[in-house]
Design a protein around this ligand. Sequence first.
Ligand code: GLU
Length: 448
Amino acid sequence: MCGIVAYIGKQEAYPILIKGLKRLEYRGYDSAGVALLDGGIKTYKKAGKVSELENFVQDKDTRGNIGIGHTRWATHGEPNDRNAHPHLSQDGGLAIIHNGIIENYTSLKEELIKRGHSFKSDTDTEVLIHLIEDVLKKANVPLEEAVRIALSEVVGAYAIVIVSKDDHNMLIGARKGSPMVVGIGKDGEYFIASDASPIIEFTKNVYYLEDGEVVYIQDGEMVVKTIDNKVRNPYIQELEMNLEALEKGGYEHFMLKEIFEQPRSIIDNFRGRIRTNSSQIVMAGIDQFDHKFKNLNRILIVGCGTSWHAGLVGEYLIEEFTRIPVEIEYASEFRYRNPVITENDFVIAISQSGETADTLAAIQLAKEKGATIFGICNVVGSSIPRATHAGAYTHAGPEIGVASTKAFTAQVTVLTLMALSIAQKLGHITQTRMQELLTELESIPEKN
Ligand code: GLU
């Protein structure tokens, strides 16, 4: 899900951004970054936690009353410092943060390269800011116009915020398919965020952008337009919730909230992984073992508690689709016996926290015997993802309720995608069947 927070006003932007990013941490992410406007554009970004970004920025210049902050969940390009947001235009004059996916980024990128653009990251987002810059220079229109024109060329989902070195009093936001809310503070100050949690301590007056809307905030005024340039009359509402209620999303208990978050976390898992038009699943962690699956003895799944139960479902799915024999073991048993493991075994270790001690010990044992280890974890940067050869995050966000709900369904979702991806590599599934299954998966209702 990942997050966006932006500020324009009289206060220092940086502390507001960092605090806001922390409030959005529950959404799950793999890197974080900020850009601050103060004469020029200063960007600081880091793979890992918001606290790592904070440490990194500690001795840097954080001055500026305008800023944008982002937590990224990588869909295009590895989660590393270089691919973390914000991204800059070719001349460095514009900065963007983006949640979502630009589906036609390959063709846009090729076109921009022909026009002399070069790219510093592997992201689709950088392509978008270069496209906006290209329109800005070619059409010689104001930035707000260039943003709208560029967005009309884009296929995909986005929540974006843009700042410009040349417009010190401006923030531009837009959304399609990803959420965005504007907070209206006092004395012409504004906040933009993925949800109201970073905003609520500053103001209760908010406007939830509709799909296909662009918001221009300039010199203390806010204008909302559609991408095809129709002016909207934004309905500003007063939030009645306090922060605690907001964190519970209006539900009485966290567990109830997490139950209702399941459709969202399943759909989030598909993001960037399912390509319905080419009937393909893209999972970098699996793709790198292409050669391995052909000569595999078996797949071994290890985990404890809920993760072990997800593994049981995984066993059925993987055997059904890939025809590779699967065994599932309790990690705490596995580590204390002398299991037969060889280099031709592929071990899937599942853990919500990524810190389960028995599962970590099982990984160590299997690794010593030469097996390939794949982790399925929820907490980014935890011990298990660091101990495995490859893996996939479940990105379900923190699970506060003690009985597991969305973390479990997210694990089963990843196992489903893995089963289909391996089956495709082995030629055990036809293109038509794959297309059918992916279309069915994608038609999971977003809301109940
Ligand atoms: N597609 C973008 C990327 O890979 C944005 C991902 C996100 O939603 O955080 O960088």
